[in-house]
Design a protein. Structure first.
Lengths: 215, 427
């Protein structure tokens, strides 16, 4: 017997491509622009969101029948806030430098539209196991885009990947830099992330015309 | 059989072929196509097509390009040997030596700009199966003229690919772009490789190498000269500058490749106005805008609100009309702001659009500490605002006409000849 039924597998796989939270639903753009200048930060952000969304979906799903619908947003916020503070404290304890880079954006996971969106759209209406899978799937979809954007921005903007020089030393002019290559300063600034995300959306829609909206 | 009809036969033969757009591009580049306006519902027929329009702009750019080739050499040799004592145009400027520097430094920029840009256009035309669009003809000529002479060719290629794809093709190609592609290319270069786009070492060929030699002590020169006039002013070193007003006007100054000669740009602008290619409204209002902003700054200095110690003093005290003859303002106003696609379309809108381009350009010049040139940023900003300006102009027009209609008196055709007056009822 397979570990996951076909329906459950789709919960994880759909958000990776054809129902991606960033490129299709266009949620969570803020953080995708702000912290993707380095792969490290992208990866940590992706993992943090995965933890918050996975755990949050389960908690909300377990409570879904006892939350009064009038105050459900507040309950959801409390759940997210609790989880985000856990993430924040863990980062501060074990990866202090990185938590300084991510700065306010860890706290801002609370306002990441993907999280509230999944709570509202999925966890409130489904059981814990399926909600958990949905949370993991969506945060994977989010993380993949973050990592793709982070990869290009760090590679082209700083010439490094995870902080390790790839092209050589830009100051001593070794490796690729000896040929006159220079880092692209444009990729460091947030607008570049917007353009990279735009290109991903472009490529995705031209490969799958079903995604193109009628207007 | 003439070449034209031969080409036309070839065109018919290759119709529907995958590479047809690429071939048609060459065909219409050489000759006017048989039809200049699309058949069908069009009632206004033009005698020439978009390609002729573009070629006219290129004609207006050719003198600027030639001048810039001489100036490349002139600046290079002046930086090494010092400025000639009694300057004569024939002896010191229009020389073969100067032109040769232009050939080895400016021509490659032109070739790379056209080569890469047209390649991207051809690829898109073949993929999307439409004709190659003419938009790049002018862009390709503008790009080498607005970059510093020492721009590495690979950087230019990257920027051109970015500018054509992100600035134009993603929006649907020529005529659909929001931002001027040439300025998008320059903006990309500026933000991606700032050390190659600003400072005092990029405007004169060889200045960077000389600076390195001085640093390494392998030359007995003790300084480099290659700062632009705006650069001098931004550092409050206006007094050290040895350029006269006529130097500035005729363009014997360092700067981006083609932006220096206000005189030739003025001629080009008159040519474009005469041929009705570019809008005189935009040009005039942009000049007005920059003069007004310059005057405001001059007044601030006159009132003594800004002292000589202020970092803005150099540029603020610069005579307001001189802003027009240094830097890229003249070039931007004549060739960039008047882009019919990205500029305002309504006549009234053109006045606002142009005015703010001039106004903001001079403002950025004075207040931008890192880079005393803001023409390209001002034009890009107004490109974004152009549709909004048009929207409000058209709305205002509709409102006015509605009001007029409300008060209009209508005389209905009455069979009995009674002139019965009716007040039109409109909402």
């Amino acid at each position: 017997m397979a570990l996951l039924s076909k329906k459950d597998t789709n919960l994880i796989l759909d958000p990776l491509a054809d129902n991606n939270p960033i490129t299709i639903q266009v949620l969570g753009i803020c953080s995708a622009l702000a912290i993707t200048a380095e792969l490290n930060a992208s990866l940590v952000m992706a993992i943090s969101v995965m933890f918050v969304l996975g755990a949050g979906n389960v908690v909300i799903s377990l409570m879904r029948n006892i939350i009064p619908s009038k105050i459900r947003i507040i309950v959801q916020l409390i759940v997210v806030a609790t989880l985000v503070i856990i993430v924040d404290q863990v980062l501060k304890a074990f990866a202090y430098e990185l938590s300084k880079t991510l700065a306010v954006f860890v706290g801002l996971i609370i306002t990441n539209c993907i999280i509230m969106g999944r709570f509202e759209a999925f966890a409130l209406a489904n059981g814990p196991w399926r909600s958990f899978l949905d949370g993991i799937g969506n945060s994977l979809g989010y993380g993949i885009i973050l990592i793709i954007v982070g990869f290009f921005r760090e590679l082209l903007g700083s010439g490094t990947l995870f902080g390790i020089p790839v092209f050589g030393d830009p100051i001593a002019k070794t490796g690729l830099y000896s040929t006159g290559y220079e880092n692209n300063g444009f990729m460091i600034i947030p607008p570049a992330a917007l353009i990279v995300v735009g290109i991903i959306i472009w490529v995705q829609r031209s490969r799958n015309p079903a995604l193109v909206e009628e207007n | 059989m003439s070449l034209k009809s031969k080409l036309h036969e070839l065109k018919l033969k290759y119709q529907g072929n995958k590479m047809a757009p690429a071939f048609n591009a060459f065909h219409t580049f050489l000759f006017s196509p048989d039809e200049t306006t699309h058949p069908g519902g069009t009632h206004v027929k033009a005698a020439d097509d978009l390609k002729r329009t573009m070629n006219t702009v290129i004609m207006a750019l050719v003198p600027v390009l030639l001048f810039s080739m001489f100036n490349a050499g002139y600046q290079h040799y002046s930086a090494i040997n010092g400025f000639p004592v009694d300057f004569s145009v024939m002896r010191d400027f229009l020389t073969w030596d100067n032109f040769w520097i232009g050939i080895i430094k400016v021509l490659p920029l032109v070739v790379v700009s056209y080569g890469v840009g047209l390649l991207v256009e051809f690829i898109f035309a073949v993929i999307k199966g439409h004709e190659v669009e003419e938009g790049y003809l002018v862009t390709g000529m503008l790009v080498p003229l607005i970059v510093p002479i020492d721009t590495p060719l690979w950087m230019l290629s990257v920027a051109v690919i970015f500018g054509v794809v992100i600035g134009k093709e993603v929006f649907g190609g020529t005529g659909m772009n929001i931002l001027n592609p040439a300025l998008t290319i320059r903006a990309f270069l500026f933000f991606a490789y700032p050390t190659w786009m600003s400072g005092d070492k990029v405007w004169v060929y060889g200045a960077r190498e000389r600076a390195e030699q001085i640093l390494a002590g392998t030359t007995n020169a003790d300084a480099i000269s290659g700062e632009t006039i705006l650069g001098y002013l931004a550092q409050n070193k206006g007094a050290e500058m040895s350029y006269s007003v006529s130097d500035m006007f005729f363009g014997f100054i360092p700067g981006s490749v083609g932006e220096t000669s206000a005189f030739l740009i003025l001629l080009g602008g008159l040519f474009l106005i005469f041929t009705k290619i570019a809008s005189w409204r935009i040009m005039v209002s942009a000049v007005l805008g920059s003069l007004v902003m310059g005057l405001i700054f001059n007044q601030i200095v006159d009132f003594g609100w800004i002292g000589e110690s202020s970092k803005f003093y150099g540029l603020m005290s610069f005579d307001f009309w001189k802003h027009l003859i240094v830097g890229g303002l003249a070039f931007g106003i004549v060739y960039m702001a008047t882009d019919p696609v990205t500029g305002s379309q309504t006549n009234k809108g053109k006045w606002y659009y142009g005015f703010f381009i001039g106004f903001i350009s001079v403002m950025i010049r004075v207040f931008n500490p890192a880079y005393p040139e803001g023409v390209f940023l001002a034009i890009l900003l107004m490109n974004v605002f152009a549709p909004t300006i048009d929207h409000y102009v058209i709305r205002g027009n509709i409102k006015r006409r509605m009001k007029r209609l409300k008060n209009a008196t209508i005389y209905p055709k009455d069979s009995e000849g009674k002139a019965e007056e009716l007040k039109a009822e409109t909402v």
